[in-house]
Design a protein around this ligand. Structure first.
Ligand code: FES
Length: 175
C-alpha cells in the first residue's frame, strides 16, 4: 500500500493506544488517590465510643469499689492501635446488687478520685472533696456527685460507656 496513506493511519492508531493507556491509568489511580487524600477529608483520629469491656463482673463487690482501666482501640489515619488507655472508672454495686460505674475524675477540677477502704469513702486528694460510696458529696468544693457512667453486664463481663464531663459545673455536661 502507498506509504503516504499508511503513515497517517499508523499515527492515528498510536494516538488511540496512547489515549487508551492513559485512560486505564487514570481509572486505576483513583483508589490510590482516594487513599492518599483520605486523611484530608475524614476524621483521622477516632476511638471506640461504645461500651468497653473493663473486666469480670464477679470481681466487683459493694464493700470495696474496684478501680478499672478503660482501654480502647484508636484509629489514627491508617494505623490501628490496640489498648489505648482512655481513663479509669470505679465499679461498685448499688443496694440491689446491680453494678454501678463512676468516673474517677473529680467533678471539681478534674483530679483523680481515690477510694479509702478504711473510711469507706471516695476522696479527692486535690481539694479534699469527700464522696459517699453512692457517689454523692459529703463535703468539699465539688459542685456535684461523682459522674455515673452507663454500664451493663454481658457474658459475665462489665461493659462501660466511657465519657468525659465538664468539671466545675453543677449540672453534668459532656466535655
Ligand atoms: S479537684 Fe477534686 S476537690 Fe478539687
Amino acid at each position: 500500500m502507498d506509504r503516504a496513506i499508511l503513515e497517517p493511519r499508523r499515527r492515528f492508531l498510536e494516538w488511540v493506544v496512547a489515549l487508551g493507556a492513559a485512560g486505564i491509568g487514570a481509572i486505576a489511580g483513583i483508589p490510590l488517590l482516594g487513599a492518599i487524600v483520605y486523611p484530608l477529608r475524614a476524621r483521622t483520629v477516632r476511638e471506640d465510643d461504645g461500651f468497653l469491656d473493663v473486666g469480670k463482673a464477679d470481681n466487683v463487690n459493694a464493700d470495696a469499689p474496684t478501680k478499672a482501666t478503660v482501654l480502647a482501640t484508636r484509629w489514627d489515619s491508617w494505623a490501628r492501635i490496640e489498648g489505648v488507655e482512655l481513663g479509669t472508672v470505679w465499679l461498685t454495686r448499688d443496694p440491689s446488687g446491680a453494678i454501678v460505674a463512676f468516673s474517677s475524675i473529680c467533678p471539681h477540677l478534674g483530679c483523680s478520685v481515690d477510694y479509702l477502704a478504711d473510711s469507706k469513702i471516695f476522696n479527692c486528694p486535690c481539694h479534699g472533696t469527700v464522696f459517699r460510696p453512692d457517689g454523692s458529696v459529703v463535703s468539699g468544693p465539688a459542685p456535684r456527685a461523682l459522674d455515673r457512667l452507663a454500664c451493663k453486664v454481658e457474658g459475665g463481663r462489665v461493659l462501660v460507656k466511657f465519657q468525659r464531663f465538664a468539671v466545675g459545673t453543677r449540672e453534668q455536661r459532656t466535655a
